[in-house]
Design a protein around this ligand. Structure first.
Ligand code: GTP
Ligand code: MG
Length: 267
């Protein structure tokens, strides 16, 4: 095979991991590369580097993984590694709400460090919701999926402990990286086709998280029977499972019906 053809068949990529300390960045990478899980917490000191080779379509891909330390203490060490990354894993722990809320500041840090050199538009971001094996979630799938979708990022749920979702994540990531290289280094836009709107998802979240029936229906405590019925009709259209395919719409619809019945009983 001539040199040029060989080059076309070979691809080098750089992936970085980001997210708060202890969310499981190293474990996700270890699970994929070494097929194992260590339950003892061994904090990454500054940065860990690893290489793996994979084949995607007929391409040989050399994957350089820079696994960053999440602890703020290591900022000075990790900041220079953002440069030239083609993909980033934005990891949070589904049982730790702060680690989810921190994703924005990880993006800000990355932007500050590499903004002058490369554009973030050319980086493929994967939001990784880890530790789904643990139960007692503090972040809903729907909420995190919407956050990712809003930014044009891919969203995956996984457990480094059981291995669920890990191969799917990396396979999709590698195939997007190959697609991007075939597209002159620009990632092909993520198809945002969740099949539901933000209004529908917000309604589900409000019904689920509202502290009482008034709040669930978006009403004041002084609401009249008429207000209750009006709010009910509006939400019933948004939430009806025939029209709303977002996860949780069926439960939300049932809760809505019960909330209305309970509120009218007391009026
Ligand atoms: P830093 O290197 O300090 O930034 O942390 P990290 O994000 O690399 O976390 P690490 O992978 O070291 O994992 C932190 C802890 O979470 C360890 O005790 C892991 O065993 C545990 N852990 C990681 N993934 C999972 C998971 O999917 N489920 C459960 N139950 N525990 C996990
Ligand atoms: Mg680590």
């Amino acid at each position: 095979m001539n040199h040029r053809k060989m080059q076309q068949k070979r691809l080098r990529v750089k992936i970085i991991s980001m997210g708060n300390a202890e969310v499981g960045k190293s474990c996700i990478i270890k699970r994929y590369c070494e097929r194992r899980f260590v339950s003892k917490y061994l904090p990454t000191i500054g940065i860990d580097y690893g290489v793996t080779k994979v084949s995607v379509k007929d391409k040989e891909v050399k994957v350089n993984i820079f696994d960053m330390a999440g602890h703020p203490y290591f900022f000075e060490v990790r900041n220079e590694f953002y440069r030239d990354a083609q993909a980033a894993l934005l990891v949070f722990d589904v049982c730790d709400r702060n680690s989810y809320l921190a994703l924005e500041s990880w993006l800000t840090e990355m932007k500050q460090e590499m903004g002058r050199i490369n554009k973030l538009d050319n980086v493929i971001f994967f939001v990784c919701a880890n530790k789904i094996d643990k139960g007692k979630r503090a972040v809903d799938t729907l909420e995190a999926q919407l956050w990712a979708e809003d930014k044009g990022f891919k969203y995956f749920e996984m457990s480094a402990a059981t291995g669920e979702g890990i191969n799917e994540l990396f396979q999709e990531l590698f195939s997007m990286l190959v697609e991007a290289s075939e597209n002159g280094g620009r990632p092909v836009k993520v198809n945002t086709s969740l099949g539901f709107t933000k209004e529908q998802a917000d309604a589900i979240l409000r019904i689920k998280n509202g502290r009482d029936n008034f709040e669930k229906l978006g009403l004041h405590h002084s609401a009249t029977r008429d207000d209750i019925n009006k709010a009910y009709r509006k939400l019933a259209i948004i939430l009806h499972p025939d029209k709303n395919v977002a996860p949780g719409s069926e439960d939300a619809f049932k809760t809505l019906v019960n909330a209305r019945t309970a509120l009218l009983r007391n009026k």
